[in-house]
Design a protein around this ligand. Structure first.
Ligand code: CMP
Length: 138
């Protein structure tokens, strides 16, 4: 069990002005922000980040979407971070996400689902290293 997880507030949520409310909910739920940045991913960088989904039918759509506008990337710390954060954000599909979760409140659809959350400790570390140097973590 690690105490770190990685998240991105996705382009539609940033565009809608929901980033502050989402980050507030994350902090109020006991996560400490270790690192934070707003960045526009190129198609190449978005494709690299989601490389594990390369064979999925939605990969091209996902890459286009994630490079369509700036995202806010954050590294978060809390005991049991990966699982607790996945519970906080809710199911991928907002129509089945539990009430009170970030996706139930802010997501538009399965593709435009407001936030990303790491699915394992290993991926949390890989995703954190993708976005943040050690000097950007506090
Ligand atoms: P995320 O948690 O960032 O991890 C993979 C992403 O792929 C997921 O959130 C969704 O944004 C996207 N995704 C998953 N399933 C679908 C789908 N059926 N159609 C479009 N996008 C999807």
């Amino acid at each position: 069990m690690s105490n770190l997880t990685f998240t991105m507030v996705k382009p539609e949520a940033v565009e809608a002005g929901n980033a502050g409310a989402i980050l507030n909910k994350i902090e109020k739920s006991g996560f400490r922000i270790v690192a934070l940045k707003k960045v526009l991913l190129t198609k190449e960088r978005a494709g690299e980040f989601y490389e594990v989904h390369k064979e999925r039918p939605f990969y091209a759509e996902l890459v286009d979407y994630m490079s369509s506008g700036p995202i806010i990337a954050a590294l978060l710390e809390k005991d049991n971070a990966v699982l607790d954060f996945r519970e906080l954000i809710g199911a991928t599909d907002p129509s089945v996400a539990a009430k009170g979760t970030i996706r139930a409140e802010f997501a538009e659809s399965k593709a435009k689902n407001a936030v990303h959350g790491s699915d394992s400790d290993d991926n949390a570390n890989i995703e954190a290293d993708f976005h943040f140097t050690n000097g950007e973590r506090f």
